[in-house]
Design a protein around this ligand. Sequence first.
Ligand SMILES: Cc1cc2nc3c(=O)[nH]c(=O)nc-3n(C[C@H](O)[C@H](O)[C@H](O)COP(=O)(O)OP(=O)(O)OC[C@H]3O[C@@H](n4cnc5c(N)ncnc54)[C@H](O)[C@@H]3O)c2cc1C
Length: 392
Amino acid sequence: MGRTGLSATRLTDEQVALRDAVRELTDERIAPRAAAIDEEQEFPWDIVELLAQHDVLALPFPEQYGGLGGELLPLCLTVEQISRACATSGLILAVQELGSLPLLLSGTEEQKQRWFPDLAAGRALAAFALTESEAGSDAAALQTRALPDGDTWRIDGAKRFISQGNVAAVVAVFAQTDADPEAVRAHRHLTCFIVEKETPGFATARLEHKMGIRGSPTAELTFEGVVVPDANRVGDPGEGWSIAMRTLDRSRPGIAAQAVGIAQGALEVATRYAGERRQFGKRLGEHQMVGAMLADMATQVEAARQLLYTACGEIDGGSVDASRWSAMCKLFAGDMAMAVTTDAVQVLGGYGYIREYPVERMMRDAKITQLYEGTQQIQRLVIARDLLASTE
Ligand SMILES: Cc1cc2nc3c(=O)[nH]c(=O)nc-3n(C[C@H](O)[C@H](O)[C@H](O)COP(=O)(O)OP(=O)(O)OC[C@H]3O[C@@H](n4cnc5c(N)ncnc54)[C@H](O)[C@@H]3O)c2cc1C
């Protein structure tokens, strides 16, 4: 490990160059904005523009649509480096991938040509709308309904907690497509549709006030008689559940990357502080209990990072255990980030608790990584189910 605290294990020269370029861009242009983005709770369109200018939003997409290839590890390296300074900004790229994955996985050639060039160029943002008020962990219980009408579909319902749902130009929406209103919970009746921002009947009803990632808008979306052409249906009718689950298998490492980045940022602040502040006539880090905290934090961050990079390789390599790798890296990294950022506040003492230093923001931001794209309990269910399936 070099003096940057970043291990180069498993990375190609090209990946190291990407990581370092994003790190530099982040330090120069994003880090100085991070506190204000949190304070103002406004979506940072200037950061979207910056990421677009530097082709960062092209990372999730294949080259033929103006993308940079769509490999998971470069994407996660980038989310990690941005989140090291600003978790809200790191999430912009993670959500761009999340919202586009249904199309990447099951879209037709025509659909990809229609939407990907704008998404890859950062001229348009994507969002992913699965969760509803009564269907969180139990996503299959969702009640938004889409009924066929000639060569169109009419969508009615509401989605809750949709990251960037109000600023996205294209939203992947999951709906029940069984005509029987009692037929909820039926995985086989879920279908995915692309709803475009300006479609009549589609609206943002509310934005949430949150503990962390406060620059990232979290929207309640409503659909009242929203009519979309059949050309906006992603995959076959009834394929929605499979699309949603395959999407999460590929997107959860992005959240693990966000968690590793937040924790790395907190570790760096805590280390600097422990190297400078003196109490009882010596530097804080020279008090063994403080030094031990830093040692544990660094070890935990690196363990999560290596699990994440391995998971990316396994998933991109087409592992049959992709669900398990994805859930394991998100589980470990999310819990690690919560513990490490809490300890970073401890290392700074009272100064860790006040807004002047960034670790209290990092601690608030870390919490969401244990909650979204499936809570930590749901990751454990996925891992255990996968392990047991191998014994059948
Ligand atoms: C800021 C933010 C952004 C989000 N962005 C998006 C987005 O872009 N798109 C989207 O579709 N969704 C999004 N979500 C929704 C998120 O994925 C859900 O909040 C999450 O899946 C949990 O659902 P819930 O909040 O309804 O909690 P619940 O499902 O009600 O769970 C409450 C508690 O019970 C536990 N629990 C539930 N079921 C079980 C079980 N079977 N076994 C053990 N424990 C269980 C949970 O782990 C949790 O601790 C976002 C949420 C937030 C807060």
